[in-house]
Design a protein around this ligand. Sequence first.
Ligand code: GCB
Length: 878
Amino acid sequence: FSFQSAILKAFSVFGYGKFSCIVFILIFNLGFSQHKIINTGWQFSEDKTNWETVNIPHTWNKNDAFDDAPGYRRGKGFYKKLVFIPAEEKEAIQYLKFNGINQEATVFVNGTQIGNHKGGYTAFNFEVTNYLNYNAYNLIEVEVDNSHNIDIPPLDADFTFYGGIYRDVELISLPQQHFSLNDFASDGFYINYPNVSEEKASIEVTTLLRNTNSKSTKTLLKITLLDAQGAEIKSRTEILKLDGNTSNTFKIKLSDVYKPNLWSPDNPYLYKLNLVLTNENENVLQTKSSNVGFRRVNVDADKGFFLNGKPIKLIGVNRHQDFKGFGNAVPIELQKKDIELIKNMGTNVIRFAHYPHSRELYDLCDRLGILVWTEVPIVNKVTDSKAFFDVCIAMQNEHVKQYYNYPSVAMFGYMNEIFIRLVFDRNISEAEAANLKTSSFKLAQQLEDLTRSLAPNHITVMACHLNEVYNETGIADLPMLLGWNLYFGWYDKDIPDLGIFLDDQHKRFPKRSLLLSEYGPGADVRIYTKTPKKFDFSTDYQAKLHQSYYKQIIERPFMTGMTAWNFADFGSEFRGDAIPHVNQKGLVQFDRTPKEIYYWYKAVLDQTAPFVHVAANYLSGLVLTNTTSFPISLFSNQHNASVFLNEEKLVDVTFENGSATVDLPLKNGKNLIKVVSGDASDEQRIEVLKIDELDFKSFQRFGINIGSHFYFTDEAHQITFVPDQSYKKDWFGHLDGQPYNASEDKHQGIPHNIKNTTSEPLFQTMLEGCTNYKIDVPDGNYKVNLFFVEPQIKPTENIYNLAEQTPELVEIKQRIFDVYLNTILIEKQFNMANEYSEKYGITLTSTISVRNKDGLTILLNPIEGIPVISGVLIEKLD
Ligand code: GCB
C-alpha cells in the first residue's frame, strides 16, 4: 500500500476534479504530468520595435478588418514571453502546444528555432526539453504570418483571415513514459466503437505510449468506463512493456456494454472513459479522460440520415468563429454561448465552417446533443504543388486525430466549393482550368481515402456550389455524403427552384446522399417591408426564404437535412452587405442578438416546451403613413393562439409552418402586443408614429428612403425612414425616376462599403433620373437634409454575387446636376465623382421657408448624365 496507490484509489472513488490539484502538488516530483496554460503577459509587435503587452486570445486584425480602408494587415506579427522553468522540472519531458495560430507560426526557444507550422485552425506542438534552461527564465518567441501563401489553405474565401495567436498556448511537462503528443498533436489515444446497437456496444482504445527512456520500461494502463453518474461500468488494467526511445501502439478492447444508453440529440447520454498510466509501482504517470457516446451513423441515398439505426432529419446551422469586436480572438466562454443558443433553437446539427473550431465547443456538442460536421479550410481553389498537397494532408491528419474522440462528430469534411474560382475567375485559361480540375480531384481523392482510413465510425463530406463541374469531374461522387450550397432566391433564380434542383440531382445520381449544406439571404434588422424582394436585405425576405426552404427539405425524404448559412453574421473584409465588411446571412447578428428568424426556427424545431413569439423586435419607431394597420408575424410551436392588442383580445390565430400573420390596428404612441397559447405567452411593446397628413403637428421630423420599398430604422438619424412612392397630392412622392439597379439581377450594382456613414441602407437604395420630388408640407420653416452617394465609384468585385459580373460598371458615366429646394439653389454643378474619390455618404443640408402653400419640391436639374438621390429628412423648425 503506497501513498501513490492511495491517491489512485481516491481518483476512482471520488473522480478527478476534487483530487487533481492535491495529487498534482504532492506527486509532481514523482513524475506526474502537468499542463500550464500560458496565455497572459505576452509581448506583441508588428515591427519588433514597438511592443505592447497582450493576452491570448489575440489578433491584430480585430479593428482594421472593419475600418474604412480597404484590406487588413496581412503580414507578420511577433510575440514573445518569458517563462520561468523551475529546477524541479529538470527530469520532465517538456512540450509547447499551440491550439490555434493563424496562419503560419515559427517558434523559437531561447533564440533557437524549434519548429514551423502551417495552417491556422488546428493545434500543433513541439518538444522543447532540450532547449530549456532550468531554474531560469526562458524566452519563447513566435513569429506569426497571415500573408497570402499559395501553399497554405484557404487561398481565398468569404471570411476574414485574422492573424494572431488566438487559441490557448500550453506548456506541458510529462514523465518519461506518457501518452504521445507526437501523432499530429492528438491526445495520444483514439476511441473506436466497432459495433453499437441497442443490445450492446463495444469500445476499443488505441493508445500511443511514448517512452523517452532508452531502456524498455514496464507500465500499467488502467482503463475505466464510468456511467453518467460516475459509477464504474467496466475496467481493465493492462501491463504494457514500452520499448525504449520510441512510441508504442496498443489496442485494448473493453468487454461489451449490454443495453447501452445510446447517445443522440434527444438523449445526449455520455459515459466517461478514464485512462490512468502508472509505473510498475503504481505511481501515477499520467491520466486522460474522454467523453464516450455510443452512437452509430450512416446515410441512405433515398431515406436520408440514420442515427443508431433510426432516421433523423438534420436541421441546423453553419458557424463561423468570429464575434463583433473580437475578430477571431473570442473568449471561449463567449463562444460556448453560441453552442447553447444553437441548441436552444432546437437544432440537431452544426457545420463548423470552414475550418476546425475550438475543441471545447465539440465537447459541448457532445454534452448538449448536437451532431457535428467539421472540415478543413480547403476552400475555393487548390494550388497544384506538392507543398500545398502536403499541408492539406497534414492538416486533415491533425483535424481527424485531434477531433476524433468527440462522439458528436459524425462527419469529417475536407473541401468547400473547390471549383468556384475556376468558374468565376475571368482570366483562367482553358489549360489552367483543365489542370485545376485534375489537381483538385486528385487532392480530394487523397483526402477522402485518408479520412476513410483514419475515421471508420464517421461519414465523409464535401460541399459544392451550384455548378455542373462537380458532377462532370466526378468529385461529387467521392464523399459518402455530398453537401450542396444553394442560394436559389438569392444569387440564383427563385426560392422554389431549390426543390426542382434537388429532385433533378436525386434522379440523375440516385446513389448519392445529399445535404443542403448552405442556404440563406442577407438580412439587416434595421430593414423591413410588407413587400419583401430578393436582395433587399429585409428581415422579411429572410423569413420568406428560410420558411420555404425548410418546407422543401422536409417534404423530401431523400434529403439528409440542411444547415443554414450562417448562425451569425461574420466578418468578411472584402464584402459589404448593409453593414460594411460583414456577411449578414446570420440568424443572429454579429454580436449574437437574435434576428426574428432565430425564433421562427425555434418554433418549428424545439418541441421541449410550448413557445410563442411576437416577431416585432425591431419595429419600435415604426412610422405608419396613411394606414391604420401593420402586418406582424407570430411564431409558435403550438396550433393556435390568442392575440391581444393593448390589453384587448383581438383575434385567434392558427399557426402554419410555425408562423401566423396578423394585421394589427396599431395606435399612435405605445402599443402592447401580446400572444397567448396555453401556458406560453410573449409580449412586445412598440412605439408607433401615425402620420395621416404631413401637418407636422404630432411630429417634428419626417424621413423618406427615396428609391426604396423598405423601411429603414436609422440609429444615426434617430428616425425610421418610410418607403418611397410615386407622388400623391397632399402627400409625397417622386414625379419621375427609377429605383437604381432595381432589376433583381442587378444587385451587384448597389453600392457597398459606403464611407462616412452608418446609414448604408438609406444611401444604398436611390432613384436614378428623378428630377422632381414633391413633399406637400404646410407653410413654415424647415431644415432639409438630402442624402446622396455616387454609386459608380470603385465597384468591388464579389465572386459570391454569382448572378452577375458587371462590366458595365467599369465605364463610369459622368453625373453632374444642380440641386434646388423650390426656387433656392442648394448646390451648383453637384459632381460627386469629382469631389469624392471614394463612395461617400453625402448630406446636403439647408433651411427653407415654405410660403403660399407651395409645399416642398426637390429639383435635380441634369447638366450631364443622370441625377441620383437616396433620401430626404425634413425637420420643422418652428
Ligand atoms: C458560399 C460559401 C460561404 C459564403 C457564402 C455566401 O457558398 O461557402 O463561404 O460565405 O456562400 O454568403 O455567399
